[in-house]
Design a protein around this ligand. Structure first.
Ligand code: FAD
Ligand code: DHB
Length: 390
């Protein structure tokens, strides 16, 4: 077959890109190893920046988000004995929205079906070819074992951290940076009303904890745990006791409500950046090019920001004007590095370890952010997100 843009990966980056390209009259095919249901069911991010909400709304994907999403004006920062609210609207005039990645993905897929977007699910052995020519192509094996070939003008790698696209940039060309953190998150989803109106980020000597939510009846929690933690070692009681202690159950009468746990997993924490984000006719977007630890809630928002830059760049390139496509990598990487720094900063400020010097620095930073308007505004500006194109 033949198309204009071959998109590898049907996560939020890939499906949103196909949506933006279709709005510009550009045809694409989206290729995915997993099934549509599997991709839509993965519990991942939960916080949308203002610019992500604005973009989704502008391109016709904001209707259910406006109805079911929950606007938050800020977050709570906490350490033992103290809880402080940061009001992003007051500090920087921007806010964030609670709306799960599962819901963003469902909205995207619904819109894709409505425009008869071509998807190919449950493929294997995806391979990228002739990326330095004007006629790149992609091959794969379908669920019945049949080999396929798709020719395109451009290939976009939206295949996340395990896909083949990032490695398709030759070693002499690509540069990578990364960090693995000495802790992971144990994340749970529970059928219980949130015990807070806005998210609580808590530093605690036992480890970081986060109280998030998905709706008025579903809460999301994370606990800092050692790397290689076995879920079997964490009974429901141990999880709830850990959350209660770290989130300050009993502090000024605050109580943590518990409920049935419906999903649980352990997530590793990594920073990673690969540049350039374009090589020949291959472009990278989202987790395929960069990973951030989740503490700043940036992963999904960065993927959206990448494709918001990439879609008009590809549209212009296919109409004969390469200027935006040539500028894509540098433009995207400015935001990527800003979010890489912010996510690293939030992570290292909030995760405890046994080093007494680190502990004093963390508490000093937290006190400064919570008590200084300049400190709070810096966190707020980054968390609520810089405008697209910053
Ligand atoms: P993905 O969503 O990873 O999509 C990539 C797609 O490519 C996948 O569907 C994959 O199956 C497909 N693919 C892979 N290989 C191939 C191939 N060879 N051929 C075809 N398709 C392929 N962010 C937050 O902000 N908060 C969170 O709490 C949070 N939790 C997370 C938990 C987990 C377990 C993970 C992995 C990520 C989490 N993130 C979180 C990050 C956020 O979900 C990602 O940044 C976001 O999904 C990036 O979107 P993407 O489309 O770039 O990549
Ligand atoms: C969620 C995840 C995050 O990493 C974060 O910083 C805030 C919220 C969430 O899944 O709800």
């Amino acid at each position: 077959g033949r198309t204009q843009v071959a998109i590898v990966g049907a996560g939020p980056a890939g499906v949103l890109l196909s949506h933006l390209l279709a709005a510009d009259g550009i045809e694409s095919v989206v290729l995915e190893t997993r099934s549509e249901e599997y991709v839509a069911g993965r519990i991942r991010a939960g916080i949308l920046e203002q610019s992500t909400v604005d973009l989704l709304t502008e391109v016709g994907l904001g209707e259910r988000l406006a109805r079911e999403g929950d606007q938050h004006h800020g977050i709570y920062l906490q350490w033992p004995g103290e809880r402080h609210h940061l009001d992003f609207v007051d500090l920087v005039g921007r806010s964030v929205w609670v709306y799960g990645q599962t819901e963003v993905q469902k909205d995207l897929v619904l819109a894709a079906h409505a425009r008869q977007q071509q998807f190919v699910y449950e493929i294997s052995d995806t391979a990228l070819h002739d990326l330095e020519s004007d006629r790149p192509w992609v091959t794969w094996t379908d669920a019945d074992g049949v080999r396929h070939r798709l020719d395109a003008d451009v290939v976009v790698g939206c295949d996340g951290s395990f896909g083949p696209s990032r490695g398709a940039v030759p070693d002499e060309v690509r540069r990578t940076w990364g960090r693995t953190y000495p802790y992971s998150w144990l994340g749970i989803l529970a059928d219980v009303a949130p015990s807070t109106d806005e998210l609580i980020y808590a530093w605690h000597p036992d480890g970081f904890a986060l109280h998030s939510m998905r709706s008025s009846t579903v809460s999301r929690f994370y606990l800092q745990v050692p790397n290689d933690t076995d879920l079997a070692d964490w009974s429901d009681d141990r999880i709830w006791d850990g959350l209660a202690a770290r989130l300050g159950h009993g502090l000024d009468g605050w109580e943590l409500a518990t409920g049935t746990i419906t999903d649980r997993s352990v997530l590793p924490m990594r920073s990673f950046v690969q540049q350039p984000m374009r090589h020949g006719r291959l472009f990278l977007a989202g987790d395929a090019a960069h990973l951030v630890p989740p503490t700043g809630a940036k992963g999904l928002n960065l993927a959206v920001a990448d494709v918001a830059l990439l879609a008009p760049a590809l549209a212009a390139l296919l109409k004969g004007d390469p200027a935006l496509a040539d500028a894509y990598s540098d433009a995207a990487l400015r935001r990527v590095w800003r979010c890489t720094h912010f996510s690293w900063w939030m992570t290292t400020m909030l995760h405890s370890n046994d080093d007494p010097f680190d502990r004093e620095l963390q508490l000093s930073q937290l006190r400064w952010v919570a008590s200084s308007r300049a400190g709070a505004a810096g966190l707020a500006e980054n968390y609520a997100g810089l405008p697209i194109g910053f």
